[in-house]
Write a protein of this length. Structure first.
Ligand SMILES: NC(=O)c1ccc[n+]([C@@H]2O[C@H](COP(=O)([O-])OP(=O)(O)OC[C@H]3O[C@@H](n4cnc5c(N)ncnc54)[C@H](OP(=O)(O)O)[C@@H]3O)[C@@H](O)[C@H]2O)c1
Length: 219
C-alpha cells in the first residue's frame, strides 16, 4: 500500500520506517528540514521517499497524521484535497505545553479532525502507545501473544485497512467502536504516557487486554 506520513517526528518517522520495512511504499512529509525527510526515506529503504504534504496526499491511498494539535490547520492546508483518503490520526489534542487535553468529554481530537476534513475517512489509532516501544514490538511480532492496540472509526473499510497496518507493526488490533470512542482512547493515551514517562520501567511500554471467561470465575 502507498502510505503518506504527515508529520515525520517521533511517531511519524518510526511508524513510517516500520511500515516501509513491512513492505509498504511510504512518503515522508512535514518536517522542518527536507534533508531529514530524505534521510528518513533512505534509511527506511524500499520504495520510500521524501515529499511535500501535497505529494503525500496525492500519491498515496492512506495518510498517517502525526503532528501536534497546533499544527493541524497548517498541515491539512498543505496536504490539500483528502477526498476518499483513509486518514489515520495518532495525534492527541494537547495544549501547547503538552500538559492537558484541549478537547475531551463531549468530543475528541479525532472527531474534530473528521469535522475539519469531512471528505476523509478518519480512523484513530496508534495514539495510545509511546513511540519508544514501536521498534521492540515490531521485532517481537512473531511472538504470541502480541500487545494490544485500540483503534476506532466510523468507516468500516477504513478500519479494516487500519487494522491490517496495526498488525503489520506487530500489535493485535482491538476495535473499540465508532470514532466518538476516541473520547476514551485519547485520555487513555495520556495514562499510558504517564506510565511510560513518569513510571519506573522506562518508556518502552505496551499493553495487552485479556478476557477472563466463566472458567476463571469462582462460582
Ligand atoms: N511521541 C509519542 O510517543 C506519542 C504517543 C502518542 C501520541 N502522540 C501524538 O502524536 C502526535 C505527534 O507526536 P510526535 O511525538 O511524533 O511529535 P514530534 O516528534 O514533535 O513530530 C511532529 C512533526 O511535525 C513537524 N513540524 C512541527 N512544526 C512544523 C512546521 N512548522 N513545519 C513543518 N513541520 C513541522 C516536526 O518537524 P521536525 O521533525 O523538524 O521537528 C515533526 O516532524 C502528537 O499529536 C502527539 O500528541 C505522540
Amino acid at each position: 500500500m502507498r502510505i503518506g506520513i504527515l508529520g515525520s517526528g517521533l511517531m511519524g518517522s518510526k511508524l513510517g520506517t516500520l511500515l516501509s520495512r513491512a513492505g509498504h511504499e511510504v512518503v515522508f512529509s512535514y518536517a522542518r528540514s527536507q534533508e531529514k525527510l530524505k534521510k528518513l526515506a533512505r534509511d527506511a529503504g524500499g520504495k520510500s521517499r521524501a515529499g511535500t504534504p501535497a505529494e503525500a496526499a496525492k500519491e498515496t491511498d492512506l495518510l498517517l497524521l502525526a503532528v501536534h494539535w497546533n499544527r493541524f490547520d497548517d498541515v491539512l492546508k498543505q496536504a490539500g484535497d483528502l477526498s476518499g483518503k483513509v486518514l489515520i490520526t495518532c495525534s492527541l489534542p494537547m495544549n501547547d505545553k503538552n500538559t492537558e487535553l484541549v478537547v475531551a468529554h463531549t468530543s475528541s481530537g479525532a472527531e474534530e479532525l473528521a469535522k475539519m476534513v469531512p471528505e476523509a475517512r478518519v480512523v484513530c489509532a496508534f495514539n495510545t502507545i509511546p513511540s519508544e516501544v514501536f521498534f521492540g514490538v515490531f521485532e517481537a511480532r512473531k511472538k504470541s501473544p502480541r500487545p494490544s492496540l485500540v483503534y476506532c472509526g466510523d468507516d468500516a473499510r477504513a478500519k479494516e485497512v487500519a487494522a491490517s497496518l496495526i498488525r503489520d507493526v506487530g500489535f493485535d488490533p482491538v476495535d473499540a467502536g465508532p470514532l466518538r470512542i476516541a473520547r476514551y482512547t485519547e485520555p487513555f493515551g495520556l495514562l499510558i504516557g504517564q506510565l511510560a514517562y513518569e513510571g519506573d520501567g522506562g518508556p518502552e511500554l505496551a499493553y495487552q487486554f485479556e478476557r477472563f471467561g466463566r472458567a476463571h470465575s469462582l462460582d
